[in-house]
Design a protein around this ligand. Sequence first.
Ligand code: TLP
Length: 346
Amino acid sequence: MPTVDLRSDTVTKPTDEMRKVMASAEVGDDVYGEDPSINLLQERMAELLGKEKALFVASGTMGNLVSILTHTQPGDEVILEANAHPFHYEAAGAAAYGGVQFYPVLGERGVLKDTDVQKAIRPNDPHYPKTRLICLENTHNRGGGKIYPLNEIEKIRTLADQHHISMHLDGARLFNATIATGIPPSAYCEPFDSVSVCLSKGLGCPVGSVIAGSADWIEAAHQIRKRLGGAMRQAGILAAAGLYALDHHIDRLAEDHRRARALADAISQIPLFEFTPSTVETNIIVLPIHNSEITPEDVVSRLQSEGVLTLPFGPGEIRLVTHLGIDDDDTAHTIQIFQKLFSHEK
Ligand code: TLP
C-alpha cells in the first residue's frame, strides 16, 4: 500500500539531483567565513529578499529566535498574532533565552490589521514593557496557509514607524506567497527590518533557513547565532541544497498549490469536512471536523490505516500539506480514501 505523507512540507527528502550537488559542494570553515557555498547562498538570498546581508541558520525556529534576540533586550515586548509559530511551537525560546515577553493578538486566519496592532502598542510609561518588535507570518501556518495581504503589512509598517518599533517576518513559507500572488519576494520583505525563510519546507532541502536584514543587523545576529551554538563548519553541503532549490524548487510550488486546491475541492464536498475550498490559497489545508464525537485523532488514525498521513491540528481540526513528494496520483488516491472512509459520516 502506498503511503501518502501529508503531515507537513517538512517531510520532503532531497531529490537525487539535490543529493548530487550536495555531494560535490565546495566547502570551507564557515566560522572563518570561508565556505564558498554558504557565502554564495547568503549573497543570493540577500539579493532575492532585497536586504543588504543574509545569514544561514540551522532551522526556522533558530531563524526566528536569533532574529527576536537581535531586535530586543530582556523585558521588551513583541506583538504577534495569537496563532503565530514562535508563540505556539518554539518552546518559548524568546522568553527562555532573551527574557522577552510576547503580546499575542488574535487575528483573522493569522492576519492582524493595523488597528489590532495599534491597541497592543504599550504607552511610554514605566509601568509597561517597551514594545520593541512586531512579528508577522507569511504564509500563515495555523491560518491554513493564508497569504498576508501586502497592503495590510504596509499599514502596520506605517504604524510601527510612528512608534519606532521594528518588524520581523517569519517567512518560513514566503515563496508560497510569492508564487501564489506574483509579488516578488523583495516587495514582500521591503516593509520588514528582518526576514527568516525556510529551505527545509516547500523548497525541499534537508536542513536550513536563512535570515536577512541590514549589514549592521546581520553582524549582531551573527554573534547571537554563535552564542546559541549555531555557527557551523563545512555547512556548504547544506547550502548547496539551498542553491539548488532556489533554481529548481520555487516555481514548482504552484503545483503544490494546485494539488492542495484539488484536495480541498473534493474533500469539502464531504459533509463531515464541509468548508469553502477557495480559502486554500497555498499548500496548507486545515480541515474542520463537524462532529464533536469524532476526534481529530480518530480521523488521523483512520486515514493512517489506509496509508494517508495527516496531523491532528487542535480541537476539531486536522492539517494536510502538499509538497514536492506528492504527485497527482497521491492526490487522487487521497481523495478516494477520504470518500471511502467519510462519505457516509454526518
Ligand atoms: N512548522 C512545522 C511545525 O513546527 C508546526 C510544520 O510542520 O509546519 N515558522 C513557521 C511558520 C513554521 O511553520 C515552522 C515549522 C517554523 C517557523 C519552524 O521551522 P523549523 O521546523 O525548521 O524549526
